[in-house]
Design a binder for this molecule. Structure first.
Ligand code: GUN
Ligand code: FE
Length: 457
């Protein structure tokens, strides 16, 4: 194990530093230096220096900082952000792809989620799952849980213990589910969500890593009375986030309208009516949107978790990311396991790229294609915006927390880099499209080393 694990000291990195500045610009600094203080805050990013020592000398308080010199095939990259992941579904990954959303929920998801009434299962699964997310470079994850407050609290405890930034809530389900995977009453659902919010506020009072959210599974599972109660909880709580599914399949949209008595012009109007729409709202999927949906989403500044892998696996449809971006709607990437079969946001980038290209094949219009710069933005800064953490993480702007990966594409086992030793953008592309966790040597959250190949030796 690395002796520096968990130690917080001023650190200075020197070498190739890459991050996203906008949807159109990836900044690549081949000989840069980044300084992070003992609170995990980025204090400087010098774009052009000759050594870590030189940078240490230039900045007050950094004279005795720990220095980390990157090797020629290594680069520092922002931590990946998984804007949508179902913790309890982890054991079902790669299974159940035969059916559509409804069949998948009934045959695989409902029984698996129901099994977390046994809290010991949460202890077993969540440790392995959080470790895997971190090893794969996801420094921030927005987790869906199950209906169980105790299991959800275990998830929050685990993220805090492992040093992962996370958005966590208890799932609220009253109707429309199977295998007993629902709650006894409206009041119990609200009380249990409050219990989880209180637990998270207790274990991480300043919200340094773990942030609570309200989690209606989707409009088709939460009747008007419970949705009203969750809206009240949102209003009465200190800034709190919301995570929910929206417009995943035409059937699900229809079921939402039926449950809410045909009162709403659109799915977005429904969530907005109950007060659950705002800049801290994370909406998974958003595939079958009406113009009205998008109008409300843009006005209320909600964010979209785009889960290209799961949308393809369940044959939900294609999320029109280009259209969302054109309307100024925030978009990030999610893994959505176990409807998606990979826990890696690198895979989410590839699948988002492919879905956008399928839209071009389908329509003949090249405008649907997402550029490489856009894919990198969505995986980092876009995810930070969707989680309402863009002032905290997402890139290496001075003043933000250092959530970062030390990536090494020089390992011969998984990436063929021959001939590209001096092409910085090519190294990044090779990792994004061909690489995996084997190239992730160090994972930092808030400046603290929490995972990576180097930790395992
Ligand atoms: N809709 C309701 N529950 C789920 C879920 O767990 N995953 C996905 N993808 N969609 C859902
Ligand atoms: Fe989901």
């Amino acid at each position: 194990p690395d002796a520096s694990k968990g130690k917080k000291a001023h650190k200075v990195f020197f070498g190739r530093i890459i991050h996203s500045k906008s949807l159109t610009e990836i900044e690549i600094l081949p000989k840069a230096s980044l300084g992070v203080d003992d609170k995990g805050i980025i204090q400087f990013l010098d774009p052009n220096v000759d050594s870590a020592i030189e940078a240490c000398g230039r900045h007050n308080g950094f004279a005795n900082a720990e220095t980390i010199d990157l090797k020629p095939m290594q680069f520092l990259f922002p931590g990946l952000i998984d804007t949508h992941m179902h913790a309890p579904q982890y054991p079902n990954m790669a299974l159940g792809m035969e059916g559509d959303l409804k069949e998948w929920c009934e045959n695989w998801t409902d029984p698996m989620e129901a099994s977390y009434s046994d809290t010991s299962k949460a202890h077993r699964v969540y440790r392995e799952m959080v470790a895997k997310e971190l090893e794969n470079g996801s420094t921030t994850v927005a987790y869906n849980s199950s209906i169980h407050p105790d299991a959800t609290n275990v998830l929050a405890d685990t993220c805090l213990e492992f040093g992962q930034r996370a958005v966590i809530g208890k799932l609220c389900i009253l109707v429309g589910s199977t295998h007993g995977n629902w709650e006894k009453s409206t009041q119990q659902s609200i009380d249990d969500e409050k219990k989880v919010v209180e637990h998270i506020r207790k274990i991480d009072p300043e919200g340094k890593l773990v942030l609570p959210c309200i989690q209606p599974r989707a409009g088709s599972y939460v009747p008007p009375e419970l949705m009203t109660g969750l809206g009240d909880l949102y209003r009465d709580s200190d800034p709190i986030r919301v995570q929910a599914h929206m417009c995943e399949t035409p059937l699900e949209v229809e079921q939402m309208h039926k449950l809410h008595e045909g009162k709403f012009e659109s799915y977005a109007d429904m969530y907005d009516h109950y007060g659950l729409f705002g800049p801290r709202t994370i909406l998974a999927h958003c595939i079958h949107l009406s113009d009205r949906d998008m109008e409300v989403m843009a006005e209320k500044k909600v964010g979209v978790a785009h889960n290209a892998n799961s949308n393809t696996c369940l044959t939900d449809g294609w999320c029109r990311v280009r259209q969302l971006l054109d309307k100024g709607i925030k978009v990030g990437l999610g893994t959505d396991c176990s409807a998606g079969y990979s826990i890696s946001i690198l895979n989410s980038m590839r699948q988002a790229s492919n879905v956008s290209r399928h839209l071009t094949i389908h329509t003949g219009d090249p405008a649907w294609k997402l550029s490489f710069e856009e894919l990198v933005y969505l995986a980092t800064m876009g995810g930070a915006e969707v989680c309402a953490l863009d002032q905290t993480v997402g890139n290496f702007k001075v003043g933000k927390q250092l959530d970062a990966l030390l990536v090494d594409v020089g390992l011969e086992d998984n990436i063929n880099t021959s001939g590209h030793e001096h092409d910085d953008m090519a190294l990044l592309k090779k990792w994004v499209f061909m690489g995996d966790d084997r190239s992730i040597r160090k994972v930092f959250v808030g400046g603290k080393l929490v995972a990576g190949k180097d930790l395992k030796g």
